[in-house]
Design a binder for this molecule. Structure first.
Ligand code: HEM
Ligand SMILES: *[C@@H]1O[C@H](CO)[C@@H](O)[C@H](O)[C@H]1NC(C)=O
Ligand SMILES: *[C@H]1O[C@H](CO)[C@@H](O)[C@H](O)[C@H]1NC(C)=O
Length: 232
């Protein structure tokens, strides 16, 4: 069963927008400054149910040279009711990096996945995730993680090499399940299929950080330049 919730309709209701709003999702990301890590993130809210959202935040380095790969910092805030949440960087489930995460005590586990069909995704070594020393936590209502990703924004997709333009808006896919992961300390744990999947349009430009490397250092992560073998 496909269960989706129209994000445009939801936000339209919340903001009292007129029903003439187009069905296609316009960019809705806003800049969010996280006091804990110091990063400026581009933030998009994604409906998990009619009542609760997943918050996806992506920080990019400012002034990435044309055609060069670049790292991002991802911060996700998920409602406690969810057993896993995922982001699909190519805007669909198949043949693009999938960032999957599930709660695990105080520090959620982030797992790198890749699907070649609409079935359980495999591990994906083309993206690596490094937790920041701040910004990962859990309380009674939410769980949150903050990681650096190398390899989320460039990859070999179904029709050739892809590079997400850090100055543009892009459609991303997301999915989530209320079903819990049985061994959440493992980043290769098996996950139950999603209850919900849908799409967001994310404006990467709202999350540009001129001091990206210094902020990584402040959060305990080295910021070596991306591997030259990843050049397009
Ligand atoms: C046990 C794991 C998973 C299974 C068995 C599974 C299975 C499926 C199936 C059968 C569909 C097609 C549904 C339909 O046509 O109505 C689908 C769609 C989709 N799935 Fe998954 N999925 C899994 C994990 C994931 C993960 C981790 C993501 C990450 C974000 C994801 C994102 C999507 C998206 C965005 C769609 C919409 C169609 C598309 O854009 O390709 N799925 N999935
Ligand atoms: C619980 O954690 C979330 C995510 O970090 C945060 O937004 C929220 O304010 C926290 N709630 C309380 C009561 O501390
Ligand atoms: C996760 O972030 C918290 C603060 O939000 C910090 O105290 C903790 O050390 C971090 N843990 C790891 C493993 O990075």
């Amino acid at each position: 069963m496909r269960v989706t919730y129209g994000l445009a309709a939801l936000t339209g209701l919340a903001l009292g927008r007129p029903s003439t709003e187009p069905r296609n999702l316009a960019p809705r990301a806003v800049a969010y400054v996280d006091q804990e890590t110091g990063f400026t993130f581009s933030e998009t809210k994604a409906a998990a149910t009619l009542q609760v959202n997943i918050v996806y935040r992506i920080a990019t380095p400012a002034n990435v040279p044309a055609n060069q790969p670049y790292d991002v910092v991802i911060q996700v805030v998920a409602p406690a009711s969810l057993g896993w949440v995922g982001l699909a960087w190519g805007g669909s489930m198949i043949k693009n990096p999938l960032t999957v995460a599930y709660p695990n005590g105080q520090k959620p586990t982030v797992s790198s996945r890749w699907a070649t069909s609409h079935s359980t995704p495999a591990q994906y070594t083309g993206a690596t995730y490094t937790p920041l020393s701040n910004g990962n936590k859990s309380n009674g209502t939410h769980w949150q993680y903050t990681v650096k990703c190398t390899g989320c924004t460039t990859y070999a997709g179904a029709s050739g090499q892809v590079r997400i333009d850090p100055t543009s808006s892009k459609r991303l896919g997301y999915a989530c399940s209320a079903g819990k992961v049985s061994n959440p300390s493992s980043n290769t744990a098996s996950i139950p299929v999603h209850d919900v999947y849908n799409y967001i349009t994310h404006d990467f430009s709202a999350g540009a950080n001129s001091n990206f490397a210094a902020l990584l250092t402040r959060n305990g992560v080295s910021s070596e330049p991306a591997n030259v073998t990843q050049l397009l």
